[in-house]
Design a protein around this ligand. Structure first.
Ligand code: HEC
Ligand code: HEC
Length: 474
């Protein structure tokens, strides 16, 4: 019932855009409800109603795209693969997201003149919501690209094609590194690593300004950069947004009666770079607290004592905060600390309270791009295989790695950075499937299954369901 009401409401408010002759809406009310498969997502905008006319929503380049082409309010400011597929059907593959510079599987030797051709050319975008990110191999890299086996073409070895999910352009005030590989907050690209003390939020703002230029020149194929004023407007707009799931269809409101889910509570969440870091980088020196999420309480669950959804979500939150995980073989963690086994929890890596990203710069390799990882249950066969060989003097010289995406290593050139990505903000997940940088987890159940297998967590079927239910409310 609730589900239907929301659909009708959304259709009424948004549908005006499709009425013949009607102008598209110029704003949305603040906290406008967007339904998704698990409930309702809302965005709280610091400055009130959501103005849909600013530069974030304007075509600033040459191919008709705006930031909002790939960062949609309904999809937690990313794009869900399901919605991209709908856009393909509605426009026969002509919506501006379907552009050959980075929307198609490859940018050359493809035929986009027919619907059939476009269906093939954009298959990774419509099936997994993936954008092609082409990056040059750094000149000083400690490795060489032996070969690229890519079923879609784009087998060049000097510039590699990777396929990545758009990260949400909301909740960005919590970011401690920009982009999956952190390349918009790295010295190598002339941007600034986001540091724990002093220079923030200046670091983050500078990086986001730079990012807005790169996105306009790249994704939107602009010939001139956005003006400084447009850049500032884009970044201030992003920094003012807080997005989270506000309603779960079975559990009801996630914001009342002892629950503090939803975007307004998130807006009021305290945060600083290094908050709750488990490895001593908290500038205030406070001890790490593994209880990362405190959104749901027994009071909330008991308020509707017969509500199975609430009980399950609460159990899932407890699993996230306390289920032991034997962390082994994680590049950037086990090697960096010299501890081959770390007894941790989900929050060892997702340590930022009620947000869930790394609170410091911490590119980690949990094996999501690793072609040879026997402990990853998620199939990668829809992605290219990139073969890298270590060419640096030393014990690893001559070693080979097969990966679908070198990640951080394409920024630093370092062998040890292959396969490292940031742990993203874990809010608004229900609105933006699939998950991980390469979209290899099609559902939150897949995410949980990955961790269960990769780290031998020994979760029962009902524990897996509880953890996935909890993630769906974020
Ligand atoms: C064609 C799709 C597309 C368009 C258009 C686009 N983006 Fe993105 N955006 C992405 C992808 C894909 C990523 C992740 C890429 C990566 O990490 O390598 C991303 C990442 C980001 C991030 C990083 C978030 C984080 O957690 O690090 C921000 C911020 C962002 N985009 C803002 C913008 C802005 C502002 C614009 C308009 C000027 C824009 N994007 C246009 C696809 C797009
Ligand atoms: C050892 C560090 C580590 C641990 C432990 C860990 N994560 Fe992650 N998590 C990451 C990293 C790194 C990524 C990004 C990986 C990628 O895409 O390559 C990630 C990504 C995710 C994502 C995908 C987010 C998105 O936007 O696509 C979810 C959901 C998630 N983790 C949930 C969990 C849960 C639940 C647990 C506990 C069962 C957990 N994580 C434990 C490091 C960790």
């Amino acid at each position: 019932m609730l589900k239907r009401c929301v659909w009708v409401l959304s259709a009424l408010l948004l549908g005006t855009a499709t009425v013949v002759g009607a102008e598209p809406p110029t704003f949305l009310p603040n906290l406008f409800p967007f339904p998704n498969p698990h409930g309702i997502l809302k965005t709280f905008n610091e400055s009130g109603k959501l103005d849909l006319t600013g530069p974030f929503f304007q075509s600033l380049g040459t191919n008709g795209r705006s930031c909002a082409t790939c960062h949609q309010a309904s999809d937690a400011w990313s794009v869900s693969a399901a919605h991209v597929a709908e856009r393909f059907e509605e426009t026969q593959g002509l919506d501006p997201i379907f552009r050959t510079n980075d929307g198609s599987n490859c940018d050359h030797d493809i035929d986009t003149s027919t619907v059939h051709g476009r269906r093939q050319a954009y298959s990774l975008l419509t099936s997994r919501g993936l954008i092609r990110i082409a990056l040059a191999v750094p000149a000083e890299a400690e490795f060489e690209v032996v070969s690229v086996s890519n079923p879609y073409g784009c087998t060049e070895t000097s510039t590699l094609s990777m396929y990545r999910r758009p990260l949400p352009s909301t909740n960005v005030r919590f970011l401690t590194t920009v982009m999956w590989d952190g390349r918009e907050s790295s010295m190598q690209t002339g941007t600034i690593p986001i540091k724990p003390l002093g220079s923030n939020p200046g670091d983050l703002q500078t990086d986001l300004l730079h990012q807005s230029v790169d996105a306009t020149m790249g994704h939107a194929q602009a010939t001139t950069a956005p003006t400084p004023q447009q850049q500032r407007q884009i970044v201030m707009f992003e920094l003012g947004l807080s997005t989270a799931q506000a309603v779960e269809f079975g559990a009801g409101s996630l914001e009342a009666h002892g629950a503090s889910g939803g975007p307004v509570a998130l807006y009021n969440q305290d945060s600083f770079v290094g908050i709750n870091d488990p490895l001593g980088q908290n500038p205030r020196g406070t001890a790490f607290n593994p209880v990362i999420f405190t959104l749901f309480t027994p009071t909330w669950a008991h308020e509707q004592s017969d509500n199975h959804h609430r009980a399950s979500i609460l159990r899932g939150q407890t699993l996230f905060n306390s289920h032991p995980i034997n962390i082994t073989g994680v590049g950037g963690l086990n090697d960096a600390t010299g501890l081959p086994l770390m007894k941790g929890t989900c929050g060892t890596c997702h340590d930022s309270p009620n947000v869930g990203n790394h609170s410091v710069i911490a590119p980690l390799n949990i094996g999501i791009a690793d072609v040879k990882n026997p402990l990853n249950p998620l199939g990668l066969d829809y992605l290219p295989v990139i073969t890298l060989k270590n060419t640096a003097p030393g014990q690893d010289n001559g070693k080979i790695i097969l990966t679908t995406d070198p990640g951080r290593a394409l920024v630093t050139g370092k062998w040890q950075d292959i396969g490292k990505f940031k742990g993203p903000i874990l809010r608004g997940l229900s609105a933006r499937a699939p998950y991980f940088h390469n979209g290899s987890a099609e559902s939150l159940k897949d995410v949980v299954e990955m961790y269960n297998v990769r780290f031998g967590m020994g979760l029962t079927e009902s524990e897996k369901a509880d953890l996935a239910a909890f993630l769906s409310t974020l």
